[in-house]
Write a protein that binds this ligand. Structure first.
Ligand SMILES: [Zn+2]
Length: 88
């Protein structure tokens, strides 16, 4: 076991896969398959629609186009837009 020597006040637990920016536990971010992305690098709903196989269901199976379409329809029905980022 080795302990980190320098600890910042708020510990970053992930690093953005796109730009390397540290992501803290409570920061909005996109949790992808083995990658975490900051809001600037996160995909938006139109990306999800274009590449459904890059998104996973809760049970670790790849999403199908139909599943993604259903989510997008619900998002749009709730007043969302296709350019909204997929962050939580
Ligand atoms: Zn980033």
């Amino acid at each position: 076991m080795c302990s980190e020597t320098s600890q910042t006040d708020s510990e970053a637990i992930w690093r953005c896969e796109g730009c390397g920016k540290p992501i803290h536990e409570n920061d909005p971010h996109h949790a992808g398959v083995d990658v975490e992305l900051c809001p600037e690098c996160a995909p938006d709903w139109s990306d999800m629609l274009a590449t459904p196989h890059l998104f996973m269901n809760a049970d670790d199976t790849e999403m199908t186009r139909e599943q993604v379409q259903a989510l997008v329809d619900r998002h749009l029905a709730a007043g969302g837009s296709l350019t909204d980022k997929l962050v939580s």
